[in-house]
Design a protein around this ligand. Sequence first.
Ligand SMILES: Nc1ncnc2c1ncn2[C@@H]1O[C@H](COP(=O)(O)OP(=O)(O)OP(=O)(O)O)[C@@H](O)[C@H]1O
Ligand SMILES: [Mg+2]
Length: 250
Amino acid sequence: MLRLNNVSVNFGGVKALTDVTFDVPAHKITALIGPNGAGKTTLFNSITGFIPHFTGEIHFHNVKLNGKLPHEIFHIGISRTFQNLNLINELTLRENMFLGVIGKEKPPIFKSFFRLNKGYWKNVEQRIDDMLYLTGIKKWENSKPGSVPYGVLKNLEMARALISNPKILLLDEPAAGLNSKEKENLAELIGMLNTKGHTILMVEHDMSFVSTLSDYVVCLNFGKLIARGTFDEIRNSPDVIKAYLGDEDA
Ligand SMILES: Nc1ncnc2c1ncn2[C@@H]1O[C@H](COP(=O)(O)OP(=O)(O)OP(=O)(O)O)[C@@H](O)[C@H]1O
Ligand SMILES: [Mg+2]
């Protein structure tokens, strides 16, 4: 489904990714792990058009993603969450969600002046409602980001990524900062999305979360792929153990 072939990224002298090659199989949950600075977010940024200067090739269902812009990739069916939540504190959660939709979909604003696409806006409001219910944050919709628990904001990030009904969902550290109950709810949501047919690629440091949810795991270290397989296969890999040595998440 999603295929990366010799993907490399340089930032000045820093080799953030070196010849990374792997497949993300359809309808499965794949976890991308690795110590801090391993290149996980850089990989997400390459797939989603935020780093246009990567070398190698990325294909999604035989469509080459090289050179495509973030909103084009979004329309192909690839959606993502961000490691650092990007919310406007003066707006309510619902308004933040709305902004996320129009930023990505780029609706014909001109037509809106003449009320020619009422149907579109009605549909957006409906989809926002559906996603707020799905992620369990409907009751917070009129609150502002500063006044709700962090877990609610993480769910808002999920809701924003899901509103386009993506074929593949890239989650950058979805469990980071969550308490155990919130992690449990998130695991249930991710499992349910997968059952509904969404393919998932998630960056995650929480190994119990990874082991519970993932069908496959890919491990990066210093920008290189050092192991791939099921969680049980890679957990005993000497390279993975070495990469995590001294890391409390190991
Ligand atoms: N925009 C950038 N400019 C320069 N260097 C960058 C940039 N983005 C990332 N890097 C560097 O690339 C390397 C990989 O960073 P990246 O953020 O992809 O790691 P990560 O695996 O997501 O780490 P973490 O687990 O801490 O989120 C690091 O050395 C980082 O400093
Ligand atoms: Mg990262």
